[in-house]
Design a protein around this ligand. Sequence first.
Ligand code: NCD
Length: 361
Amino acid sequence: MYRDNPLKQLSWEDYQKLSVNERAPLFLRNEKPYHALFAQQYNRPIVERVCELATRIRKIAKTRGGMRFLQDLLAEKRAMLYFSQPSTRTFLSFYASCQILGIKTAEVRDTATSSEIKGESQEDSVRTFSSYFDLLIMRHPTKGFAERIAWLLSNSERPVPVMNAGSGADQHPTQALLDMYTLQRSFEKRGGIDGKHIAFVGDLARGRTVRSLAALLRHFDGVKAYFVAPDALQIGSDILQVLDEAGMEYEVTTEFQPVIPQADAIYMTRIQDEWDQAQESRLLDTSNYHFTVDDLAKLKSDAIIMHPLPRRSEIDPEVDRDPRAMYWRQVRNGMWVRTALICTTFDRDNEVDRYYEDLIR
Ligand code: NCD
């Protein structure tokens, strides 16, 4: 655990007055991400480092000796997976990452089974977790809750790291990192992510994965984003402001078809109607924001199709057979990226480098 803890000097009220950019450095230790809370924490070197590490871990894990090395890397640690919102992939990939690194896990996925049902505050529940565990991975419906917990624990005697596995309709930083890894691997032989055109399609107002990913893309040169959605579901002005400040080019449009041939990556999303107050988005006709088999012919031959999943009908399952469909690859990449991030948090990434260098020698 780190002794220099900038969050200790701040009251929660003062913390909340800070802009996202001012908050970002508070969650780093030795220039490395300690808490993983929102995408604006990560600059280009951090994104590239996590990707490099994910690849090294992926290669090390191919051999039995490599797996043994990984299993021992954090074998003395325990992690708590606290998911108070539904999850399949994020939960399982974090769980698998912990297994790869030898970290023991426990989980609460239904707050009805914890003392919250007796009226205990969520803050007290989480503080209890920190008494028994060394890492807290959490998904929560409230925007900013993971930040609140990181602040709270930083001011306790057990300032364990917090990883945000999805917070409200706001942020999903580890998904954004795995999406960057997928983009980087897909464009490896075409100059990387720089200069690529990325189209986001669907519910951009409440799609937290899009919000986080757009914030990371601004660090790359010459990237252009298309935000393709009905007006009611368009991307938030806060994210556009982040892109404006970075001088990143983007286009906001309701028309999907003209964008398809321009894109190097199409990032499809589902309508997040669980956030509806009065079924309003269920009443929208969003069929123009579906990717069909016919659309494949309009797509560049080397473009890719992404989706954070789960999908409904926005990508025809027939599309899965096309080599440009990258969403199942994304799922697996999530495991490697989360493993890399956990290694970085605990400052064991240099051990991975040493093992890797011996491996390729
Ligand atoms: C997303 C999420 O939970 O934000 N899924 C994921 O983590 N891969 C997307 C969604 O729920 O639509």
